[in-house]
Design a protein around this ligand. Sequence first.
Ligand code: GDP
Length: 512
Amino acid sequence: TFTTVSNLSNLLNVRYEKLTERLSEMGFEELSYNFILDQETAGLIADEYGFEVNFGEENEGFDLKPNDNIPEKLLKPRPPIVTIMGHVDHGKTTILDYLRKSSIVAGEHGGITQHIGAFSVKTPLSKKLITFLDTPGHAAFLKMRERGAVMTDIVVLVVAADDSVMPQTKEAIKHIKKSGVSLIIAVNKCDKENSDPEKVIADLAANGIDVEDYGGETQTVRVSGLTGLNMDKLEESIITLSEILDLKASSDKKTAVEGWIIESQFKKGMGPLATVLIRQGSLRNGDIIVSGKTYAKVRSMKDEAGKVVKVATPATPIEVWGWKDLPEAGDVVLQAKDEKQAKETIETRTLREERKNQSKDIEIMNKLRLDEKKETEKRAKIEELKKYGLAKDDVTTDESTEAEATGPIIVNYIVKSDVSGSSEAIVESIEGLGNDEVKLNILYDGVGSPTDTDLERAEISGATILCFNMKIPKDIDNKAYKKNVKIKTHNVIYHLIEDVTEELSSKLTPTI
Ligand code: GDP
């Protein structure tokens, strides 16, 4: 499905120079005989020269899409979906635990809540529902944000009154502003003697939050997750805000189900399970839902108390049985008419991904080829100079000229990290490493644990896969070992930089 420039020039019977001229016009740089073109570009050029291009099956195929035009009259108020964010140790878990427990005490469930990634509570005063997400690290939340969609309506930003605004608080503020979700501040640990809520408020204002205390719109509640102080007030503030936001969804039978995967896991004896948070429609047993490249014929549904649910409505989190494969947290869920439609959708998505991978591979191969070409040219030049006695004969005794003679050693890396934010940070911090003798080259960076494709690319390019903040799946680890591909994992950026620096210096020829 791809071809080189020289190949295309032969095929079309067009002179190489003419072809590269046209390609340059199209924005391609550093062209060479073996520069690889993807199907689309090759097709476009062939077409210009009057050739009919036949790529075989080219149509995109069927794919499910969310419905943006749900009739107004079907839309009814729905519970808000809330995420708790904040600096480590400021009390996120404590607050979530308090909320979860209080809902059991209220006699709503009468069961022991299980961790399914989200839970609903009924507020003590207004008796309204709120859905809280409690995914560890809020991976799903961040993944959604990355894709430009937001599954959360409201973020409760927890700031400890004895510690005030900290780096992760600022990070969260950045995320919140970017995604445009609504915000409520919970000043936590107000039971503590050394607490200073006023300082927290002032610090937040200094960080661009328009706190109500200073006449702004952002509600602030002084709470204690430990003693429960003002936790009912926090819940009521969420309800007040959600009413202002006028959150609505359709639970009508005619509305196709839409939602998100909050969490997924493989349970022994039960197969793949996933927590689905419904956005539109109501989900029932027997319904077919697609997520990513897998689907489920819903076998049964349970809420966080382990109670069987017959119909799941908007903003309700439920654990769903019946998946063919494990869906991914953060992925969108869409209802299909039948299994045939679900399979068609998955086929289309698989094909699209393969195509995307192919163009990525082409990019990498061109980059590697170019590096090789430059190195060969450099070497040839030096040889030529030597022949004419223009390069010193004693080059090998001089370190600096030796490096020049062979060109810098290129060390290739592929960066994979938990969220795109950290990916950017890593690339930025290691990009400049190296010197004239050894250079670092980042082939690409991406989000999520290493895949088979990453391994293949690392194998062709001899790259090391640098992973940040993630566990490497066992099978990938085994395959990497067999392919002799190095995978390195770190949780601290500083350590990662140190490690890369060490590897780069180890490539230098020792100067004794
Ligand atoms: P997280 O990292 O944000 O989830 O923070 P945790 O909920 O794990 O809380 C960190 C520590 O602060 C724990 O030892 C909690 O017991 C304590 N803590 C949390 N909330 C409060 C509070 O309101 N008052 C007091 N005194 N301690 C709290």
